[in-house]
Ligand binder design. Structure first.
Ligand code: S3P
Length: 166
Protein backbone atom coordinates (compact mmCIF):
# COMPACT_ATOMS: atom_id res chain seq x y z
CA UNK A 1 0.00 0.00 0.00
CA UNK A 2 2.22 2.78 -1.32
CA UNK A 3 1.63 6.08 0.38
CA UNK A 4 3.00 9.07 -1.47
CA UNK A 5 4.69 10.77 1.46
CA UNK A 6 4.21 14.46 1.84
CA UNK A 7 1.71 15.00 -0.97
CA UNK A 8 -0.93 16.21 1.50
CA UNK A 9 -3.37 17.16 -1.24
CA UNK A 10 -7.01 17.97 -0.55
CA UNK A 11 -9.39 16.43 -3.13
CA UNK A 12 -12.88 17.86 -3.57
CA UNK A 13 -15.39 15.35 -4.95
CA UNK A 14 -19.10 15.66 -5.67
CA UNK A 15 -21.65 15.64 -8.41
CA UNK A 16 -21.58 18.01 -11.37
CA UNK A 17 -22.44 21.55 -10.33
CA UNK A 18 -21.64 21.05 -6.64
CA UNK A 19 -19.16 23.91 -6.86
CA UNK A 20 -15.94 21.91 -6.46
CA UNK A 21 -13.86 24.02 -8.81
CA UNK A 22 -15.12 27.33 -7.43
CA UNK A 23 -14.48 26.29 -3.83
CA UNK A 24 -11.03 24.82 -4.53
CA UNK A 25 -9.98 27.88 -6.54
CA UNK A 26 -11.13 30.30 -3.83
CA UNK A 27 -9.61 28.23 -1.02
CA UNK A 28 -6.37 28.19 -2.99
CA UNK A 29 -6.32 31.96 -2.86
CA UNK A 30 -7.25 32.01 0.82
CA UNK A 31 -4.67 29.45 1.96
CA UNK A 32 -1.99 30.17 -0.66
CA UNK A 33 -2.18 26.63 -2.04
CA UNK A 34 -2.13 25.89 -5.80
CA UNK A 35 -5.43 24.66 -7.23
CA UNK A 36 -5.72 22.14 -10.05
CA UNK A 37 -8.82 20.74 -11.73
CA UNK A 38 -8.69 17.20 -13.11
CA UNK A 39 -10.93 18.08 -16.05
CA UNK A 40 -8.56 20.83 -17.14
CA UNK A 41 -5.56 18.49 -16.74
CA UNK A 42 -7.27 15.92 -18.99
CA UNK A 43 -8.20 18.58 -21.57
CA UNK A 44 -4.62 19.79 -21.69
CA UNK A 45 -3.26 16.24 -21.94
CA UNK A 46 -5.60 15.23 -24.78
CA UNK A 47 -5.83 18.62 -26.47
CA UNK A 48 -9.64 18.60 -26.49
CA UNK A 49 -12.56 19.69 -24.31
CA UNK A 50 -14.27 17.21 -22.01
CA UNK A 51 -17.35 17.23 -24.22
CA UNK A 52 -15.25 16.58 -27.36
CA UNK A 53 -13.45 13.69 -25.67
CA UNK A 54 -16.75 12.10 -24.64
CA UNK A 55 -18.20 12.59 -28.10
CA UNK A 56 -15.17 11.75 -30.25
CA UNK A 57 -13.34 9.13 -28.18
CA UNK A 58 -15.87 7.90 -25.64
CA UNK A 59 -16.11 7.88 -21.85
CA UNK A 60 -13.55 5.13 -21.32
CA UNK A 61 -10.84 7.19 -23.00
CA UNK A 62 -11.75 10.11 -20.73
CA UNK A 63 -11.67 7.90 -17.61
CA UNK A 64 -8.25 6.44 -18.47
CA UNK A 65 -6.82 9.91 -19.00
CA UNK A 66 -8.46 11.11 -15.76
CA UNK A 67 -6.68 8.34 -13.81
CA UNK A 68 -3.37 9.06 -15.55
CA UNK A 69 -3.56 12.76 -14.65
CA UNK A 70 -4.59 11.95 -11.08
CA UNK A 71 -1.60 9.62 -10.70
CA UNK A 72 0.79 12.38 -11.85
CA UNK A 73 -0.25 14.52 -8.89
CA UNK A 74 1.86 12.23 -6.67
CA UNK A 75 4.83 14.21 -8.01
CA UNK A 76 3.47 17.47 -6.59
CA UNK A 77 2.79 18.82 -3.10
CA UNK A 78 0.04 20.54 -1.16
CA UNK A 79 -2.54 20.93 -3.91
CA UNK A 80 -6.24 21.69 -3.72
CA UNK A 81 -7.76 19.42 -6.38
CA UNK A 82 -11.26 19.78 -7.79
CA UNK A 83 -12.16 16.41 -9.28
CA UNK A 84 -14.52 15.60 -12.14
CA UNK A 85 -17.85 14.34 -10.88
CA UNK A 86 -17.20 10.79 -12.07
CA UNK A 87 -13.78 10.29 -10.54
CA UNK A 88 -15.19 8.02 -7.82
CA UNK A 89 -16.44 5.58 -10.49
CA UNK A 90 -13.02 3.92 -10.45
CA UNK A 91 -11.82 2.37 -7.13
CA UNK A 92 -8.26 2.93 -8.37
CA UNK A 93 -8.87 6.69 -8.32
CA UNK A 94 -10.20 6.54 -4.75
CA UNK A 95 -7.11 4.59 -3.65
CA UNK A 96 -4.84 7.11 -5.35
CA UNK A 97 -6.59 10.04 -3.65
CA UNK A 98 -6.27 8.42 -0.23
CA UNK A 99 -2.59 7.73 -0.86
CA UNK A 100 -2.00 11.36 -1.74
CA UNK A 101 -4.15 13.21 0.79
CA UNK A 102 -7.68 13.62 2.05
CA UNK A 103 -11.02 13.53 0.23
CA UNK A 104 -13.75 16.09 0.93
CA UNK A 105 -17.25 15.33 -0.41
CA UNK A 106 -19.31 18.43 -1.21
CA UNK A 107 -22.78 17.01 -0.67
CA UNK A 108 -25.40 19.05 -2.51
CA UNK A 109 -28.88 18.60 -3.90
CA UNK A 110 -29.45 16.97 -7.26
CA UNK A 111 -31.72 19.90 -8.13
CA UNK A 112 -28.83 22.34 -7.71
CA UNK A 113 -26.70 20.17 -9.96
CA UNK A 114 -29.43 19.80 -12.57
CA UNK A 115 -29.54 23.56 -12.91
CA UNK A 116 -25.81 23.39 -13.68
CA UNK A 117 -26.15 20.45 -16.06
CA UNK A 118 -28.61 22.42 -18.19
CA UNK A 119 -25.41 23.65 -19.91
CA UNK A 120 -24.94 20.88 -22.53
CA UNK A 121 -21.24 21.63 -22.99
CA UNK A 122 -20.67 20.14 -19.51
CA UNK A 123 -21.37 16.59 -20.58
CA UNK A 124 -23.53 15.74 -23.58
CA UNK A 125 -24.89 12.41 -22.29
CA UNK A 126 -25.76 13.62 -18.81
CA UNK A 127 -28.12 16.34 -20.02
CA UNK A 128 -31.42 14.59 -19.39
CA UNK A 129 -32.75 15.05 -15.86
CA UNK A 130 -33.81 11.40 -15.62
CA UNK A 131 -30.37 10.09 -16.54
CA UNK A 132 -28.67 12.56 -14.23
CA UNK A 133 -30.93 11.47 -11.35
CA UNK A 134 -29.98 7.83 -11.94
CA UNK A 135 -26.27 8.67 -12.04
CA UNK A 136 -26.63 10.77 -8.88
CA UNK A 137 -28.36 7.92 -7.03
CA UNK A 138 -25.67 5.45 -8.07
CA UNK A 139 -22.80 7.77 -7.23
CA UNK A 140 -23.81 9.19 -3.89
CA UNK A 141 -22.70 6.08 -1.90
CA UNK A 142 -19.39 6.19 -3.82
CA UNK A 143 -18.78 9.78 -2.74
CA UNK A 144 -19.71 8.98 0.85
CA UNK A 145 -17.41 5.93 0.91
CA UNK A 146 -14.51 7.87 -0.58
CA UNK A 147 -14.90 10.85 1.74
CA UNK A 148 -12.73 11.52 4.76
CA UNK A 149 -14.97 14.54 5.35
CA UNK A 150 -18.48 15.20 4.03
CA UNK A 151 -19.72 18.79 3.92
CA UNK A 152 -23.43 19.40 3.39
CA UNK A 153 -23.38 22.41 1.08
CA UNK A 154 -27.14 22.84 0.89
CA UNK A 155 -28.15 26.43 1.68
CA UNK A 156 -24.61 27.41 2.70
CA UNK A 157 -22.48 30.35 1.63
CA UNK A 158 -19.01 29.85 0.26
CA UNK A 159 -17.55 31.16 3.53
CA UNK A 160 -19.47 28.61 5.63
CA UNK A 161 -18.32 25.75 3.39
CA UNK A 162 -14.76 27.09 3.32
CA UNK A 163 -14.64 27.21 7.11
CA UNK A 164 -15.85 23.61 7.35
CA UNK A 165 -13.34 22.36 4.80
CA UNK A 166 -10.43 24.57 5.83
C1 S3P B 1 -18.38 14.12 -15.18
C2 S3P B 1 -18.30 15.36 -14.60
C3 S3P B 1 -17.48 16.44 -15.19
C4 S3P B 1 -16.42 15.90 -16.14
C5 S3P B 1 -17.06 14.94 -17.10
C6 S3P B 1 -17.61 13.74 -16.37
C7 S3P B 1 -19.26 13.09 -14.54
O1 S3P B 1 -16.80 17.15 -14.18
O2 S3P B 1 -15.41 15.24 -15.44
O3 S3P B 1 -18.08 15.60 -17.79
O4 S3P B 1 -19.13 11.90 -14.91
O5 S3P B 1 -20.06 13.47 -13.63
P1 S3P B 1 -17.54 18.24 -13.22
O6 S3P B 1 -18.20 17.48 -12.12
O7 S3P B 1 -16.43 19.12 -12.71
O8 S3P B 1 -18.49 18.99 -14.10
Amino acid sequence: YVVHEGCDHIFFVGFLGAGKSTLARNLGGLFHRPHVDTDRLVERALGATVAQIFEDEGEDRFRRAETAELRKLSERKSLLVSCGGGIVERPENCELMHEMGVVVFLDGDLEDSLRQIRRPELRPDLGTAEHAAEVYRRRRPLYERAADLTIDIRNKTFEQVALESG
